[in-house]
Design a protein around this ligand. Sequence first.
Ligand code: MG
Length: 510
Amino acid sequence: MATDAVSEEAPDAYARLVEKVKRISNVQNAGGLLGWDQQVMMPEGGTPARSQQLSTLSAISHELLVEDETGELLDELESQNLDEEQEAVVREVRREYERAVRVPTELVQQISEASSDALPAWEKAKAENDFEAFAPHLEKIVGLKREYAEQIDPDADPYAVLFADYEPYLPLEQAEEILEQVRETLVPMIAEIRESDADVTTDGFSRHAPFDEDEQEALSRDALTMLGYDWDRGRLDVSSHPFTSGTQFDARVTTRFDEDDPMGALMATIHEFGHAAYQLGLPDEHYGTPLGEPRNLSVHESQSRLWENFVGRSKAFWELFLPTFKEHFPQTGDVTVEEAFESANQVYEDNFIRVEADELTYHMHILVRFEIERALIAGDLDVADVPEVWNDKYEEYLGIRPETDSEGCLQDIHWSHGSFGYFPTYSLGSFMSAQLFAAAEEDIGGLDEQIREGEFDDLHEWLTEHVHRYGQRYETNELVKHATGEDFVADYFIDYVTEKYGELYDLDSA
Ligand code: MG
């Protein structure tokens, strides 16, 4: 029978595709481990060898992906009867394959060289507050990234193509609409907070500095254990920028310590716990295939932000955790739950630096960069005008104007890497976390009480059940819809911040 013949053939081509994909994935995961080692363990002198090792692995995985056989298998599978999971695997591999074959190797090389040159130039320009010295590098990278987008899809908005490198299944218009909607809420809210007379405690912890770093590490370990981190498949280390790396079998987190600010390290640890929980929740049996990989950066960030903000910054969490905190740091004996909660949620309206921002102003930092990079890639903004536009936007959105470009448009490394379209995923993930948490609360009920009691299993299981276990089976909106009953929207985040910060700062608009 024809259908039998098809179904007998399908598994064969499919099995060969999966085998290939697993090889690619194993090469990439080996590279990931070398990257972890570079940031956590490697002596500084190891850099020259490590760079070559990483670029060799990256070239091998690229070559495996663009082999003719990949295209042939994908074509063969187009006409076959596949189940829903198999179709998802084919969709994901095809997407990766097409993007990889469309970009000429020479262009990839040019982008990589331009970034290598831009990196030290950016460091120097930032140190010397000299945007003009960095401008030619930025100009070059913008040009190359436009060419890159053009190669992948000459008919599309180039920024949409770049954005899709990080968030492949959320239409840029939808992302833009969500970001604008949040901006319309947050700009007046931040202005109102600036005027607010509310007496919010800001120094609940900082007044008791310094905080011993070893003791902070012990505190981070207690927090991870309390939240349910699987130490058999994970570990905690220190790195200059906190990150999570690994697979469903081995998801490692890092944090960093500041003797004056124990909250920074603790929240970073809880944030990374959320990333690790996602990795660890991916199905073991699909390791190495798209069904065993995280959906994308926005969804990944939704998991970290959910644990950081909806758990770690909640009053219920501080009712639970403050006694543990005080065991490690007896000098904080007089801090009340209310003070701890307020200190963890204060809004830094005069902050110029994204990585030091709070839950509200953070998104203004993202929006400024998003709007500027969108205009740069579209050719609507000259590189030379970036500093002024940057400063104007800070004035408009945050009511502050940077005095130097070092604390303005030169603050972040990402543009020298050529990462355009990456930043919005940070904010989108935060907004998504609000929608997921609301759905989890709807299904489970009484999450506040559970957090207060230190019971995190229901929440953890809900996230695994509705998000983690699917890997890349669904596109972003489908995944969110499965979990929450609707497409990804900004409304839940807006409701959440309106209520939380309205109460905290006695806002009229709340
Ligand atoms: Mg993150």
